[in-house]
Design a protein around this ligand. Structure first.
Ligand SMILES: *Cc1c(COP(=O)(O)O)cnc(C)c1O
Length: 423
């Protein structure tokens, strides 16, 4: 028997593997069988083999929940990319030029996530201000400029990605404090795009920084859709902007976009893998992920905001329809203002009639078959990512659901709420 495998055949098999893999993952969640993990031409279903049970994502693009699923064309592009070696710097530069053109900015770099973009982007600002700093970051900052100005209300859980570079945050609240904070040690002004507080707006933030010739970074990691945000902030004047590759863009989870000024992007490259002895060496982007993110950007630019929004609203309404008959239940559709700006379904009820907390609903949905993950704002505590909470509030994130999963979620929700009705 001939063992010759043509390139074309390999490519075809790659595509089939992807399509079959999707179907197998789907079956796995229903069968819940962990002992048999058949090796087919599609490959081994390692979720089954390892006994890790996938779930229906009614949450959104949360990192711990693996964020998003890549569209078929993204998965196919990655499988093709995996079949031939390339020079990583050539791929990095070509992908960067392509993305800069499509995203209407001067330059672009694919990073190992938005958090990695915060790190290598900050390192870029430090090295532009202090030329030979690359090897010194973050441990030998003696004598180097290293102050980053930030609004107090913009301190957040991604600070560490900036602090990784050995910087010192200088916090300001008023415009006057902001103006006074600049000195000859300032390397960057940082902005958190989805911050819920802060007196100084985007345009003013940029204008004042530029008066002092200091670059401005905007973290907009979770802030698409709308699609136009991919160029809104660079065109507003931010020198660096990052988006997560694995959230709304639906690229590989371990990728991010760093967009902005050409000299800063070039400096970010110098601070990043594959260059050894850099802060970014541990933030490697493989060829498959690089190609995957380019394909995801192509996919995303082929969508349109109105169609996406209408689809998400339809899903939310279909689920609402199924739970409306439960006594005291009220539903509404809520769109957060900046991050995750897509329709979410909010379900509230009177706990005197429906005796279950949001937390308990979330737990029951998680333990059912199939498993379902609701949005983490469910059951209250503090608002999460601009979403209102409350002990008797259920939040359904519909945008990451696969076709027909909305009805699975709806039926299970109705069942769980129905069981809790007090006579
Ligand atoms: C998710 C997120 C990040 C990190 O993005 P990754 O791509 O997971 O590294 C950074 N900043 C904000 C505001 C985010 O929401």
């Amino acid at each position: 028997m001939s063992r010759t495998i043509t390139r074309r055949k390999l490519l075809r098999q790659g595509r089939e593997a992807i399509l079959a893999g999707g179907a197998a993952a789907c079956a796995g969640s229903v069968l819940n069988a962990r002992d048999s993990a058949p090796a087919s031409p599609a490959g081994v279903d390692y979720y089954r083999k390892l006994g890790v049970t996938p779930f229906i994502n009614a949450a959104g693009t949360y990192t711990i929940l693996s964020a998003s699923l890549m569209p078929d064309e993204v998965q196919a592009a990655m499988t093709l990319a995996a079949q031939q070696p390339v020079n990583i710097n050539e791929l990095r530069d070509a992908a960067g030029e392509y993305l800069a053109r499509r995203l209407r900015c001067e330059a672009a770099l694919i990073t190992a996530g938005a958090a990695a973009a915060l790190t290598v982007g900050t390192a870029a600002c430090i090295t532009v201000a202090n030329r030979p700093a690359i090897v010194s970051i973050p441990t030998d900052m003696e004598g180097l400029k290293n102050e980053v100005i930030v609004q107090k209300a913009h301190r957040y859980e991604y600070d560490h990605a900036v602090r990784n570079c050995g910087i010192r945050f200088v916090e300001v609240e008023t415009l006057e404090q902001y103006r006074q904070a600049f000195n000859d040690r300032t390397v960057m002004a940082h902005f958190f795009n989805a911050a819920e507080g802060g007196q100084i707006g985007r345009e003013e933030w940029v204008r004042v920084a530029h008066e002092h010739a200091v670059p401005c970074f905007n973290d907009a990691a979770a802030d698409v859709p709308p699609i136009s945000n991919l160029w809104n902030y660079t065109q507003m004047g931010f020198d660096l902007v990052t988006f997560s590759g694995g959230k709304g863009l639906r690229g590989p989870q371990c990728t991010g976009l760093l967009l902005g000024r050409k000299d800063l992007i070039e400096a970010a490259k110098l601070n990043n893998s594959p260059n050894s002895n850099t802060i970014g060496r541990g933030m490697k982007v493989g060829k498959e992920e690089a190609v995957g993110l380019v394909a995801a950007v192509d996919w995303f630019l082929g969508q349109d905001d109105a169609t996406m929004e209408a689809e998400f609203r339809d899903r939310a309404e279909r689920i609402a329809e199924q739970v409306k008959s439960i006594p005291t239940v009220e539903t509404r559709i809520f769109v957060p203002p900046v991050a995750n700006r897509v329709p979410h379904l909010l379900i509230t009820y009177d706990p005197a009639r429906v005796a279950i907390t949001g937390q308990q609903v979330m737990e029951k949905m998680r333990q059912g078959s199939p498993r379902i993950e609701l949005n983490p704002a469910t059951g209250g505590g503090p608002a999460s990512a601009g979403l209102p909470g409350g002990t008797n509030t259920i939040v359904v994130g519909v945008w990451m659901l696969r076709p027909d999963e909305d009805m699975v979620v709806a039926r299970r929700l109705r069942e769980v709420l129905h069981e809790a009705i007090r006579a």
